[in-house]
Structure formats: C-alpha cells, structure tokens
Design a protein around this ligand. Structure first.
Ligand code: GDP
Length: 230
C-alpha cells in the first residue's frame, strides 16, 4: 500500500483538477521552480512597486488560507513567505524572484474578521491599483480553503478580479483535510460558485502544501502560462 500512495494522490489530483498536464509540462514546471528564490521587495503602496520585469504571478486569498505555505511549497523554501501568525499583519505586496523571468507576488491576505474598515479600504485600494497598473501580471491565483469553499468575502474578491479583467484561477488549498469521497462535491460546489464569474479560468487546481499534492501541477500550469506568454 505505502509506496502506491503518492501515485494515487497524483492521479486523483489530475482527475479532480480536470487540468491535465503532460510529463513535459510537469518537468518544465519543476525546472522553472528549481531555482534559488529570493525576496525582492515589499510594497505597501503602488508608488514603491519594484520595476516590472518578466512576468508576474500573484497569489491572493483570505488570511490563513495557506498562501505562505503554498508559496513555500512551490519554491521549495521553508520560510520564503512568512506564515501569518499575526492575522491582519502589514498590508504589503511581497515580491519574490529567482534568476529567471518569473516574479511571484504574495498579495496581502483579506477577510480577517477583526479587520477595521480602514484596513479593508487600504487593502482594496492597494489591490485595485496593483491589478490595474501591472501590465506584466500574467495571472492571479485566488486561493480558497478546500474545507470552506468560496465564501462571500471571497466572492467580493472574485468580482474585483472580474472587473480588473485580469486572468485568474482558483486554487483550492489544504486538500489533505478533505476526504477523497468529498472531493467531487467540493469541486462541483466550487464550479457552481464560479458560474457567476465567467472570467475565472475554468480549471480548478486542488493542492496541499502539507502533502505536496497538486504542487507539481500548479508549477506546470505556471510554466504553461510562461510558455504561452512567450
Ligand atoms: P496564510 O495566512 O494564507 O499565509 O496561511 P499560512 O500558510 O500561514 O497557513 C495558515 C494555517 O494553515 C497554518 O496553521 C498552516 O499550518 C495551515 N496550512 C497551510 N497549508 C496547509 C495544508 O496544505 N494542509 C493543512 N492541513 N494545513 C495547512
């Protein structure tokens, strides 16, 4: 049984995401991320964004969704993105890059219950300005906790992304917390929630930073996007 598990997880995930990747794409994804990722800059306003270089992929999600863990899993760095032990921490866009053309952007978490109106306004202003001014932003991955599904606070962000006319896709996190038997229902519910957001990429990626499930596929998706954008 034991040695069969990773393969089973891989196959299950490929079926669930409906986003099939070739072995070459999986390899390209692995190669793209097998570099030395470094912190580049933190920006709390668009006035101080780092210069545009190459292509950017941004990660957004509610606080505690597992965004830092996912970025760390993708880059193979345990502490590149700081996990948020202080919910509602500084509202900053954090930029990471390796030696290549790809820049990763960790967007500030939203939806922290105790966030003040001022904080929410600051988040919205920063995110709107970023989405509207970043010509090299190739995609936003919107992270959704697989145990919770798309909540109303996420729905507002989906609307923001629709309005910004930016390419975006849903990534479900913490897949290890959802029993295999419940995954079909989870994917179906997520698809239903997305019917009101036709601008969203139709494929839903299911990941777990903890087990590593879906991480090769997410890397492959990013590698595919890089190839498409030349
Ligand atoms: P962030 O606030 O979105 O950056 O979320 P973090 O990465 O700090 O994670 C929030 C919490 O979720 C932490 O307690 C993590 O250990 C946990 N977490 C993150 N990823 C996973 C995962 O894939 N599976 C499980 N079970 N827990 C996770």
């Amino acid at each position: 049984m034991g040695s069969g598990l990773p393969i089973e997880a891989h196959v299950t995930n490929a079926e669930m995401t409906a986003a099939a990747f070739t072995a070459n794409e999986i390899r390209a994804g692995r190669k793209l991320f097998a570099v030395d990722w470094q912190f580049v800059a933190a920006a709390n306003s668009i006035a101080v964004l780092p210069p545009m270089r190459g292509l950017e992929i941004a990660f957004a999600g509610r606080s505690n969704v597992g965004k830092s863990s996912l970025i760390n899993a993708l880059t193979g760095r345990n502490a590149l993105a700081r996990t948020s032990h202080t919910p509602g921490r500084t509202q900053e866009l954090i930029f990471f890059s390796g030696p290549g053309r790809l820049m990763l952007v960790d967007m500030p978490g939203y939806g922290y219950a105790a966030a003040s109106k001022t904080k929410i306004k600051a988040w919205t202003a920063l995110v709107h300005a970023f989405l509207q001014n970043r010509a090299n932003l190739a995609r936003v991955y919107l992270l959704i906790d697989a145990r919770r599904g798309i909540a109303s606070v996420d729905d507002e962000v989906l609307t923001t992304l629709d309005q910004a006319a930016v390419s975006y896709q849903i990534v479900l996190t913490k897949a290890d917390e959802v029993a295999a038997a419940a995954r079909d229902a989870l994917m179906a519910a997520t698809r239903t929630a997305l019917t009101r957001h036709p601008a969203a990429h139709p494929d839903i990626l299911l990941t777990s930073a903890r087990s590593g499930a879906g991480i090769p596929e997410l890397r492959a998706a990013i590698a595919r996007l890089m190839a498409e954008r030349g």
